[in-house]
Design a protein around this ligand. Sequence first.
Ligand code: PRX
Length: 649
Amino acid sequence: MSDNIESHLSENRIFKPSKEFSKNARIKSMAQYKRMHKESIEKPGVFWAREAKELTWQKKWTKALDWKPPYAKWFVGGKLNVCENCVDRHLTNGRANKAAIIWEGEPGESRTLTYRQLHREVCQFANVLLAQGIKPKDRVLIYMPMVPEAVIAMLACARIGAVHSVVFGGFSAESIVDRLSDCKAKAVITADGGYRRGGVVPLKANVDEALKKYKSVETVIVHQRIGDKIPMKRGRDVYWHEEAARVSTKHVAKAFDSEHPLFILYTSGSTGKPKGILHTAGGYLTGTYSTCKYIFDMQDDDVYWCTADVGWVTGHSYIAYGPLSNGVTQVMYEGAPNHPDFGRFWDIVEKYGVTIFYTAPTAIRAFIKAGDQFPDSRDLSSLRLLGTVGEPINPEAWMWYHEKIGGGRCPIVDTWWQTETGAIMISPLPGCTPTKPGTATLPFFGVDAAILDETGEECAPNEGGKLVIRKPWPSMLRSIYGDKKRYRDTYWNDYKGMYTAGDGARTDRQGNFWIVGRLDDVLNVSGHRLGTAEVESALVEHKAVAESAVVGRPHEIKGQGVVAFVTVKGNIKTSEALAKELRNHVGKVIGAIAKPDEIYFTPSLPKTRSGKIMRRLLKELVATGEVSGNITTLEDYSVIADLQKNLKK
Ligand code: PRX
């Protein structure tokens, strides 16, 4: 067992769903789960064909799966329109006048779009895109606040076969440049701004700055959210509402191949360059549809709320595609959880009668810290199911969520998955799986998860190893956009024919999966992936910096905090002011989430004789203040003593 994959958790509290919950749930017993899971593993084609058949296909597939490792094609020969499945089909199944999106802006206004209204808006915006010359497979970058137009933009792209790449609104102009130039986007959809923590995020201004460096964007479509006068570049920038007024609200959805690209979403890896994860239409939709149906147990009278941003994969799969393909009513909220105070989320739950609530452990920890008076003074009795995603949840946070938010009656689904997996892979099914605080429990249907040691042997219970998926699944990534080699090297190189997730994990004696954390140089800050190499290269870009090493350290709210060790150039004097400047510089290059919590200046970094920075030592130093592991390969021992002194200050 490798020394960095160790787990000391031993949790004996077991929570079973109530009889009442199980009775009404789709999957009611462990026997039913086991039967279906067995079938889904032994006959994936049969299982997934049944799921996919619940969706609308304009042409049926001839073969469920074509698997030439590491390349999978699902529902080969089938044709569908993803947007039609999320919108149009609800116009004829009794849901036309049902609320699709109930939106609340941070300043407090609210707006409801029924499926019929959503359809009209999406068709109209699809016509705007067509009028701007967007063609199937063209890449369109979306940089939007959390407003319905963000989802409308995604659906309209899908409708005309264009490939969207949503960039989180908290990312900087430079991050936009990197993504634009990697996917060679032809158009950008943005807004004049969005409200966050009482202020305005200047989205269009960031796009303008990015487009000074990347010049191949032909059109920028600007949704007017704020209404302030902003610079508009003639011949390039157009207002959404003005263009919409010129086109029809009617559009017939054409079918695309099941393997037609749907979106590219950038995520961090262990090098400085983010990976463009590519997902395709039929398999992705089937995976997100099916997981929403079984894991969130979505019923027609549910009011579902996922608090993620559309800029992350959770927003793609569990705001846009999964919930809408299920025809559920969902709440969407623009702003921060603590604006004007930490009661905002609970006000929203009470106001709209939210029944299913899906959030991140980092938010739960922040709520715990803020105090029980916020949830205690709201009526949360509408809730029936809770979910978490993004990082392991600490058992205390799980218990608080269960008791304070769920009133002790709501099952919690701790969902493990990744940008790459497209949909939830390991999670309880709320009507049947006994849960323990801190484990994502058991694999979903069709997911053949295992934990392997370095030699490829399956680990015994409680032995830590690498989490792998041994069989293809419909919503899996198809490649890294434009870089098949990196796709093969990153995910398919450790064990033949198997997907390596990059996470360390163990199972317990009941077969529950306990995720320990990343095995590569990737941090998990507030449930978001951040490559240490990305932060390092941002720091080194600054004129004062010669070299830097970035590691994570446990953080009470964020899960992991960012710690940077920095060596400055010869003639530079270090100071608090310089540390602040570097922090802001990282914010400017990547985005606020990447700003180091702590910066330590050091005359040198611990290196091996061959010159490799020993991040393992730095990680240990910041976590424990000491270095216990093997340091025989260290080139200069005094570096560690100096750093120790520095950290104690
Ligand atoms: O380390 C795992 C952690 O988040 C990583 C995936 O990050 P990302 O692609 O940004 O997607 C986040 C939302 C799906 C995983 O490799 N992770 C995600 N969910 C969990 C988790 N770790 C433990 N438990 C979870 N439920």
